[in-house]
Write a protein that binds this ligand. Structure first.
Ligand code: BGC
Length: 325
């Protein structure tokens, strides 16, 4: 797993390990502290120790080619977990949530809300880490809906930080998905482009770690929950963000049930090691530059204040007290 610094990866790792152990497998779970070199060393050790399958939540999806080649040379199968492994033949399967759909849900939510807002409305867009392959799908999903509304004047972007096409998403990416960096960027935009008292109406945040930093910046600039608080999107349903959702400091979230992702991965491991056919449901979308990687896609769900209890608590994912309900 890439890092312990985000709640989701801790849940991912813990659950995956639990289901694999229950199924009788021996596991080694490692976190790489968002450091590519550390991840390479960890993978090298796993290869030496005789792993049969590597499940890799990468930091930089393009940086692992040589170590994955070593794995393949040793007959080890490689599953890309949540994030695709790029520019390498040495990846066998990919299991993830539909990343484009995540962005689409965010973009469509914004579009639906704009129908009740005074236009033109101001938007500040953010994108995820430039080295994370998922980030481009999140952005495109949202931008394919929002860009036409910028072009027809329904939305304005006072900072000018609106990529003119999906391909330019990295220009507004936040390296490493850091809350601090997102906060600093939002503070900059608020100071530079809203100091005349004008208000930001919408912030497109691709995930929860960025949304936390953005919410801090908004609070620092005097925004309080209520009518003038911007629409703010997110993804992951981290506990801190669901609390913000309940408190009116974030407008929506995307739930990607990491337990389902772990269950699907464990099933894939089992199918590989028992020589069964591996079930996939997408053989077209995820071209990693060297091959189209057979993928199992799960479906993300939208969460708002109104359905948070039903989706997150009634399902047993959180206790009501975890998320301020
Ligand atoms: C994951 C997101 C996560 C982000 C930051 C992405 O690759 O799909 O769920 O918020 O990384 O860790």
């Amino acid at each position: 797993m890439p890092t312990k610094s985000l709640e989701r990866w801790n849940r991912d790792g813990a659950h995956l390990e639990e289901v694999l152990k229950k199924a009788g497998y021996q596991t080694t779970l490692q976190y790489a502290d968002n450091k590519v070199d550390q991840q390479i060393t960890q993978l090298e050790n796993m290869i030496t120790q005789g792993a049969k399958v590597l499940v890799v939540g990468s930091i930089d999806g393009t940086a692992l080619g040589p170590v994955l080649d070593k794995a393949h040379a040793a007959g080890i199968k490689v599953i890309a977990y949540d994030r695709l492994l790029n520019d390498t033949d040495s990846v066998d399967y990919y299991v993830t949530f539909n990343n484009y759909k995540v962005g689409q849900l965010q973009g469509q939510f914004i579009k639906d809300q704009i129908a009740n807002m005074k236009t033109p409305v101001t938007l500040e867009p953010f994108a995820g880490s430039p080295d994370d392959n998922n980030a481009k799908y999140f952005f495109s999903g949202a931008w394919d809906i929002l860009l036409p509304m910028i072009q027809d004047g329904t939305i304005t972007v006072p900072s000018g930080k609106d990529p003119k096409s999906d391909d330019e998403w990295q220009s507004i990416g936040i390296l490493g998905w850091g809350s601090d960096k997102a906060q600093a960027e939002m503070e900059n935009r608020l100071n530079s482009f809203y100091s005349d008292g004008s208000k930001v109406g919408i912030v497109l945040s691709p995930n929860d770690s960025l949304a936390l930093g953005i919410a801090q910046a908004l609070e620092g600039a005097g925004y309080t929950p209520g009518d003038e608080y911007p629409l703010l999107t997110g993804q992951d349903c981290d506990a801190a963000n669901v609390k913000n959702l309940v408190a009116g400091k974030q407008s929506m979230d995307i739930f990607k049930n990491t337990e389902k992702l772990g269950d699907e991965t464990a099933k894939m491991v089992d199918e590989i090691l028992s020589g069964k056919e591996v079930e996939v449901n997408d053989t077209k979308t995820y071209d990693n530059g060297k091959k189209v990687v057979p993928t199992y896609l799960l479906t993300p769900e939208i969460v708002t204040k109104d359905n948070a209890k039903e989706i997150l608590v009634d399902s047993g994912y959180y206790k009501a007290s975890d998320i301020g309900l």
